[in-house]
Design a binder for this molecule. Structure first.
Ligand code: ADP
Length: 174
């Protein structure tokens, strides 16, 4: 039987975390943005952007599609790799939750391929992309719970504010 990873919640800034993999809430250009993306490039240094540019020049000429994930160096961050994933923009008329679930699943798949034991996620899509926090938290917890991805033993959700922490805590208790 394969053990599922332990889920841990912490309140804080993902760029201050120590983990094998830090997941970035990227946009499809892979060339930086606001929120988590801006913070990761600021703190991680230019090596990460340079690796993203190489990806754009090779496998991802048109950018990284929504729901997919790709790894780069973590630069100066306290991690071995950054895994970039592109969450869906929230739509009131279209159900895009499978794409959001795919971000968590694909990021874990890539992290496991890299041999990661610990993986830290932000609350994907719940910032600029407008996903309601309660639903975003439910999808995040459900996706990670369903995934057994050895050697990953710990999945940490890093929540920026009290509200996000509370919604994830509720989703975890459900
Ligand atoms: P998206 O474009 O996928 O919505 P954002 O980066 O705008 O991504 O926001 C995703 C979530 O991460 C939001 O809940 C936001 O409050 C939170 N957030 C923003 N900066 C950080 C950070 N440095 N560490 C952890 N979470 C963050």
């Amino acid at each position: 039987m394969t053990t599922r990873p332990t889920i841990v919640l912490v309140r804080g800034d993902i760029t201050e975390q120590h983990a094998d993999v830090l997941v970035n809430a990227a946009n499809s250009s892979l060339l930086g943005g606001g929120g988590v993306d801006g913070a990761i490039h600021r703190r991680g240094g230019p090596e990460i952007l340079s690796a993203c540019r190489d990806l754009r020049a090779s496998h991802y000429g048109k950018g990284l599609p929504t729901g997919q994930a790709v790894a780069t160096t973590a630069g100066r961050l306290h991690a071995r790799h950054v895994v970039h994933t592109v969450g869906p923009v929230w739509s009131p008329t279209q159900d895009r939750s499978a794409l959001l679930a795919s971000c968590y699943e694909e990021s874990l798949r890539v992290a496991a391929e890299l041999g990661a034991r610990t993986v830290a996620f932000p609350a994907l899509s719940t910032g600029v992309y407008g996903w309601p926090l309660d639903d975003g938290a439910r999808i995040a917890v459900r996706s990670v719970r369903a995934a057994a991805r050895p050697p990953v033993t710990e999945v940490r959700f890093v929540l920026f504010d009290e509200e996000a922490y509370a919604r994830f805590d509720e989703a975890l208790a459900a």
